[in-house]
Design a protein around this ligand. Sequence first.
Ligand SMILES: C[S@@+](CC[C@H](N)C(=O)[O-])C[C@H]1O[C@@H](n2cnc3c(N)ncnc32)[C@H](O)[C@@H]1O
Length: 249
Amino acid sequence: MIHNPPPDQDETNESADAKDSEATGTLRHRRIRSFVTRAGRVSTGQRRALDEFGPRFVVPYAPQSLDWDAAFGRKAPRVLEIGFGMGGTTAEIASARPADDFLGIEVHEPGVGALLKLIGEQELTNIRVVQHDAVEVLEHMIAADSLDGVHIYFPDPWHKARHHKRRLIQPKFVALLVSRLKPDGYLHLATDWQNYAEQMLEVLSAEPALENTAGSDYAERPDYRPVTKFERRGLKLGHGVWDLVFKRC
Ligand SMILES: C[S@@+](CC[C@H](N)C(=O)[O-])C[C@H]1O[C@@H](n2cnc3c(N)ncnc32)[C@H](O)[C@@H]1O
């Protein structure tokens, strides 16, 4: 699992953003992002996968609606995953659900390389990848009422209260997600940070277009979501993991 960068780096990033705006003379308000841009070392294997499989499986970000059928070469249920990290879970789910198509979004290049490596090794054909901010991808590339499911597993918890504004699961973002789901489409979240789980449950329960599949509680982990190594270690130490599965009404 990829951990949050130190807050100093976060603040440096914010002031760099502000300077950018000043330099270009724009008054545009910079969005508070759920990630910070890190260089991150791309391994030789990941670089090779980026070169070899990128052209076929990476969909370049463009501010226009994505034609899924053309991108995947077929018509199938559409599942979006946000922040797939190193892609282990993505590959495992896609392999177990060959009838579904998965679009993974991740900003971190080594993660994109790692998932492409898995795609190559396992000869998976039902994954495509966008390396870009998921908020902009949702706003510009994903049509309204078009997704059968959305997966967001272990999003950065931004532990400190003063960084909670960077958490992905906020009312506005959830409303955007819901607008992209088909009626009956599902939203599946998981976290190992209790305070974030509570926020997720509160935000999702307050969204009128969503219905909790588990009454008013957390859900059992659905079988298709594998337990990661990191998660297994945490569970052994007595740490909790919370899944939430909601449906668009
Ligand atoms: C803590 S990691 C979890 C990775 C993975 N889902 C897992 O379970 O191991 C969160 C990931 O989300 C990515 N991320 C955060 N905000 C994002 C955004 N707005 N768009 C795309 N990726 C994002 C980060 O780069 C990071 O890799």
